[in-house]
Design a protein around this ligand. Structure first.
Ligand code: GLU
Length: 504
């Protein structure tokens, strides 16, 4: 029988969760949804030296903002596998048992080497031109461990509480094969695999041991994670095998990297000229915060849509998908092996698509706080009309102000290029006549404005619409001119034209 789909997102609280991590969470979420399974949040905090305060809360907040909430795990649901924080699981002795099993079956061993001894080993090997020296089936023979020391000596060291780690005993020359859902069959020779530390000297398990124990105990069906874990996967296969759990192990899927826009390397949070975090993140070890997608004005639906298409495609040209739609069509067959280039301009385009789906009322509600911050109070109907007019020009709500502030504030200067090119000795007379035509209209609607403008043209000849725009708004471009004049209002338009005519 197929196992129930249970997937986990298992971040380490070592900093803010960046967009790559959110994408891993998203793919797990979508897969769980598609198969009616469970999506679990497990916090992998066994490396106490890298623990960052606030990171766990940030992860939870970020998943909530994205609308991809786990139904089990830290901060979510009332799961049957509590606790979901590895440091708490360690206290229950969960990992120790497995480490002991590996030791007693001869697949793991104690290593008593000090840091200095390990460094000296590395230096020795480097001097002998060994590339990337490791503690492995060959080098362990010259180190101080339970494979090289006598039984009595080992017992003595353990009894006297000398610090040790527990390492995986990797065979010297054996083929390790596994099937990755995204990459297919992967074959690695065990000579390439180091004797990974399973238990550290502080008694904490490493990621390698802890995630295997938890994936088994939490009945995880698929371990979906970043490509950076692919090199460790052969060691993981051995651990499952030596624990007698190879048949129960989750299927593996290693997601491709998200690359920076040039395609040369991973996105760097320090160098990126676009947000890298879902929410603004203040790292307690740094002074300046990193701005998040949320604070940059992105809608969570847009952000999720952007992430979904980084490394996966639907097999059609369609690009706009809600989380619900994604969770019906997502599958790993369409996840690529190669890295996915991130395009910041395309990301903005996605936001624009979602902005256009909003109702004018929603846009108005979002824009009102910006407007009142700028000192303008307008009634709802006016703000709605404004948003309707300007929305084609913006990708973010905060851009409404920049794109249309002249609706609320009279210009203080006039586009110099347009004036130099188009303003001549006839202009004043011409626009004074237009102004008079406007003054004589009894109504002030788009139709009446259009009509009086055309009447003026019939009497005076062609009138440059861009000049009229500049007189009223100061700028050379914008939405439909007459619609905008109607919105600005009769009196205000007249006042602005008078001011302009007196200045130019
Ligand atoms: N704790 C690991 C990380 O933060 C999780 C890897 C996994 O999903 O197995 O990348």
């Amino acid at each position: 029988m197929e196992k129930r789909v249970r997937v986990r997102f298992a971040p380490s609280p070592t900093g803010g969760l960046h967009m790559g991590g959110v994408r891993t969470a998203l793919f797990n979420y979508l897969f769980a949804k598609k198969h009616g399974g469970d999506f679990i949040l497990r916090i992998e905090d066994t490396d106490q030296t890298r623990f960052v305060k606030g990171a766990e809360e940030y992860i939870i907040d970020a998943l909530k903002w994205c609308g991809i909430e786990p139904n089990e795990g830290v901060g979510f649901g009332d799961g049957a596998h509590k606790p979901y924080r590895q440091s708490e699981r360690k206290e229950l002795g969960i990992y120790q048992k497995y480490a002991e099993k590996l030791i007693s079956s001869g697949h793991a061993y104690y290593a008593f080497d000090t840091e200095e001894e390990i460094n000296a080993m590395r230096k020795r090997l480097e001097a002998a031109k060994v590339v990337a020296p490791q503690y492995n089936s060959v080098t362990r023979q010259n180190m101080r461990n339970s494979l090289t020391l006598s039984e009595d000596e080992v017992k003595h060291l353990l009894d006297t509480k000398v610090k040790y780690v527990v390492r995986l005993k990797v065979p010297r020359n054996e083929e390790i094969r596994f099937n990755d859902i995204i990459r297919g069959w992967v074959t690695v020779n065990s000579s390439q695999v180091d004797d990974k530390v399973l238990l550290k000297s502080d008694g904490m398990p490493t990621y390698h041991l802890a995630h295997i124990v938890d994936d088994i105990e939490m009945e995880i069906s698929h371990a979906v994670r970043g490509e950076e874990w692919l090199p460790s996967a052969p060691a993981h296969i051995l651990i499952y095998r030596y624990l007698g759990l190879e048949n129960e192990m989750p299927k593996l899927a290693h997601l491709p990297l998200i690359l920076n826009p040039d395609g040369n390397g991973k996105i760097s949070k320090r160098e990126a000229r676009f947000p890298v975090f879902p929410l603004s993140w203040q790292d307690p070890r740094e002074t300046a915060p990193y701005i998040g997608y949320k604070e940059a004005g992105y809608y969570p639906e847009a952000f999720v849509n952007i992430l979904a298409l980084l490394g996966w495609n639907p097999g059609t040209n369609e690009e706009i998908f809600s989380v619900e739609e994604l969770s019906q069509i997502f599958d790993f067959e369409r996840v690529h092996k190669s890295g996915a280039k991130f395009d910041p301009e395309k990301a903005k385009w996605f936001n624009q698509q979602y902005l256009r789906k909003k109702s004018d009322q929603e846009l108005a509600d979002a824009f009102k706080p910006v407007l009142s911050e700028k000192g303008h109070l307008r009634d709802n109907a006016f703000v709605i009309e404004f948003c309707k007019l300007v929305k084609e020009k913006v990708q973010f709500v905060h851009e409404f102000w920049e794109q249309g502030k002249y609706v609320f504030e009279a210009p203080v200067e006039y586009d110099a290029k347009v004036i130099t090119k188009k303003w001549n000795e006839n202009s004043k007379t011409l626009f004074t006549s237009v102004l008079n035509k406007f003054k004589s209209t009894s109504e002030w609607t788009i139709e009446s404005i259009t009509k009086s403008f055309h009447e003026a043209e019939a009497e005076l000849g062609k009138i440059d619409m861009q000049l009229l725009r500049v007189l009223v708004t100061g700028v050379a471009g914008g939405p439909q001119l007459f619609d905008m004049l109607a919105l600005i209002g009769k009196e205000e338009v007249q006042k602005r034209m008078e001011t302009a005519l007196s200045k130019l």
